[in-house]
Design a protein around this ligand. Sequence first.
Ligand SMILES: Cc1cc2nc3c(=O)[nH]c(=O)nc-3n(C[C@H](O)[C@H](O)[C@H](O)COP(=O)(O)O)c2cc1C
Length: 282
Amino acid sequence: MGAEQYRPPLFSVAPMMDWTDNHYRTVARIISKHAWLYTEMLAAETIVHQQGDLIFGIFSEQHPIVLQIGGNNLDSIAKATQLANSYGYDEINLNCGCPSPKVAGHGCFGVRLMLDPKFVGEAMSVIAANTDVPVSVKCRIGLDDHDSYNELCDFIYKVSSLSPTKHFIIHSRKALLNGISPADNRRIPPLKYEYYYALLRDFPDLRFTINGGINCVDEVNAALREGAHGVMVGRAAYNYLWNTLAHVDTAIYGAPSSGLTRRQVLEQYQIYGDAVLGTFRE
Ligand SMILES: Cc1cc2nc3c(=O)[nH]c(=O)nc-3n(C[C@H](O)[C@H](O)[C@H](O)COP(=O)(O)O)c2cc1C
């Protein structure tokens, strides 16, 4: 699909390990019908090992929903994508941004993949060959000393020319692989939105979602007015779930909001909870 036909989500909730799980996504979807929801990163090897409901675990209607895969083994990535097919994800995303020592350290994937754009191109081609839905990459603007705008352009250029990837989500700070914690890696390296906006200018045929430090619907709208193709919100969509999501449908999509009160949201979540409990045999 060419980028001209492909429209990235205007608003999305970021993948967040242990946070954007099935339960979070269920509540988020009750509040907003339009926000795109990303799963936590699921390692390709884990998907292949566990297979099926245990790992994907979508019990409620959560569309539009994007599966984020992590990994560096092409066979596992291919198999994980095939296994995901019957769960009807709306897009498949590859994690090229995680700095955690387990992932980018001895796992050698996550943000470490930014050093090997050729491999990312191959991985994205493998994902695209095994799914019918659009594919995307979520990355940082660089890592350690590899933090020049030229290096970021080189990554985007190679991945997009070697694969059908037309959509990149840019967490607009670099990662530091010097042993600082993942939480500090979301706080210490400064945000450089100028890199993001330069990509919009320099790659007009691609689509870019901005991410990092965007904390409320007003700031989402401001980024869209600046020309962002899409805006992804992470921590604020979790820590201030109601404030962030209750107004998204009207403010961003111009659609009626769910109009539900907090109590009604909780009641609907309870119905879902009861349905899940009903699936367990005593
Ligand atoms: C608890 C937590 C877990 C995260 N897990 C992931 C993940 O699995 N995959 C990923 O690409 N990013 C992950 N991130 C990073 C977010 O997706 C996002 O890029 C980052 O928080 C910056 O956006 P924000 O400033 O809006 O929070 C995680 C962030 C947090 C806070």
